[in-house]
Design a protein. Structure first.
Length: 474
């Protein structure tokens, strides 16, 4: 389905390949400067050649050449006359987000989301449903694959899919020195029998980026949510489990192995409730959504919460989200429980805020729906537990993007990497990073094209075999 209506893309790809081929052997500096110029235009930080020159430090001729190359690739449109400051009006360039599209997905414990994004991170469509790994990882992947296929069927004119970004719960191990690139995701042990990346790549013919959901939510919030315009923020995801995501210098801080922010199994109440990990008193076991749901169900049995008894009377088990809604409506049991959860999480937050000194903390995930009662308890605990200047200057807000944040973050994880100099090198001669098996046959049958073919196919083979190796290593 991803392979319909591609004629013009393919033609453009072949053309741009020739244009760029002339310079591809002149060293990596060209790709570094191409990536830098593209980054300035994508972010809107620079719109004219003069602004690009000033902000990149690149010379006039280099900027002109890079902008011309980006226009030929279809990534930059331009040339509208901007306001003049006396002399000739400068031409304004803008990023062409519609040059390609990215499929994005988010698998939670009790939620599943899919979307279709353009290259500017704008979601053309998104869909969320109650599903996720609690119905079995294999079933959740089947459902995700089906939703991706129907999304593409409903949008036959989007052309090549440039990549798939996927947010998953739990830690995702990255190979040292690399960020969320397709080669290096290794999921938690329970995913070993479910090679999700390999399945999606072979079904949709495009590379797959996978990262932890809190990391991607942080990236989504930074670029398009509460953190828009900032360079750093901390997100606290309060879903079935609790985890944190940190963005620094405009990028996700993943840590040495990808595990940064995996705070759910830090013991906050020694000797407390037993956790799934075997330890007692982990943050998840005390304040995670699953723990809240268990307390809610006990309150139903004891008749301690009129609101939750009402929920149970509808024939379903009370969830953490119900407790949040109960607190919002003033149910005394729910208010007390959410305040206690906020206090516990706020204590952990005090350590994180003191260590990292973010200016903004965004609280997301299903439990965050409890709103101001939760945030007030978190703030109170934060200030009580740490008198650091860092905690005095931090703002704590609830996510406005909600479950959209993970999808948008997944899109940016793909897009940012595709436009890095290192990744550009692997696809720029093809005009698009989409792995299209039928493309070789569609190339112009000229000697010149045939001469270039081996090197392009080598790029592709490398990408596939390393991806397959990563899957085997899991
Ligand atoms: Zn634990």
């Amino acid at each position: 389905m991803a392979r319909v209506a591609r004629g013009t893309d393919r033609a453009r790809g072949a053309r741009s390949a020739r244009d760029w081929d002339g310079g591809r052997h002149r060293g990596g500096g060209e790709l570094d400067s191409l990536s830098a110029v593209l980054r300035l235009i994508r972010s809107g930080a620079a719109e004219t050649r003069q602004e690009i020159e000033a902000q990149s430090g690149l010379g006039r001729a280099v900027v002109a050449a890079r902008v011309a190359a980006l226009i030929k690739l279809g990534l930059v449109a331009g040339g509208d006359l901007g306001p003049s400051s006396g002399g000739r009006a400068p031409r304004q360039f803008r990023f062409n987000g519609e040059a390609g599209h990215v499929l994005v997905g988010s698998i939670g414990h009790t939620s599943l989301g899919v979307g279709l994004s353009d290259l500017s991170g704008r979601l053309l469509v998104e869909h969320h449903e109650r599903s996720g790994v609690d119905i079995g990882i294999g079933n959740a992947i089947d459902r995700l694959e089906g939703l991706f296929a129907s999304t593409l069927a409903e949008h036959p004119n989007v052309g090549d899919i440039w990549g798939i970004g996927l947010a998953v719960p739990g830690p995702v191990r990255l190979a040292a020195g690399r960020n969320g690139t397709p080669e290096n995701h290794a999921l938690a042990a329970e995913w070993v029998e479910h090679p999700v990346a390999e399945r999606l790549r072979s079904r949709f013919g495009t590379p797959v980026w996978i990262d932890n959901d809190a990391h991607l939510m942080a990236l989504g919030e930074l670029r398009a949510g509460r953190g828009d315009g900032r360079e750093e923020l901390l997100i606290l995801k309060m879903g079935s489990g609790i985890s944190a995501g940190l963005c620094w210098n405009g990028q996700v801080h993943r840590g040495a192995h990808g595990y940064a922010g995996d705070i759910g199994h830090v013991v906050v109440e020694p000797g407390g409730p037993l956790c799934r990990c075997g330890n007692s008193g982990c943050l998840n076991a005390v304040a995670g959504g699953a723990a809240i749901a268990r307390e809610a169900q006990r309150a139903v049995a004891d008749g301690r919460s009129p609101y939750l008894v009402e929920v149970a009377a509808q024939g379903r088990d009370a969830t953490a989200a119900d407790v949040g809604m109960g607190a919002y409506r003033g149910d005394a049991f729910c208010v007390e429980l959410i305040s206690r959860v906020g206090g516990t999480v706020g204590g952990t937050l005090a350590t994180l805020v003191t260590a990292y000194n973010p200016s903004l903390v965004v609280v997301g995930g299903g439990v965050a729906q409890a709103g101001e009662i939760l945030l007030a308890a978190m703030r109170e605990a934060l200030y009580r537990r740490s008198r650091s200047l860092a905690t005095q200057d931090v703002t704590i807000v609830r996510s406005e993007m909600g479950r959209t944040a993970g999808l948008v973050g997944a899109a940016f994880a793909v897009i940012d990497d595709l436009f890095s100099a290192e990744r550009l090198r692997t696809w720029i001669a093809d005009g698009s990073p989409a792995v299209t098996d039928e493309r070789p046959a569609a190339r112009p049958a000229t000697t010149e094209a045939a001469a270039r073919r081996p090197s392009r196919d080598r790029h592709r083979t490398t990408r596939r075999s390393t991806s397959a190796a990563a899957v085997r290593d899991r």
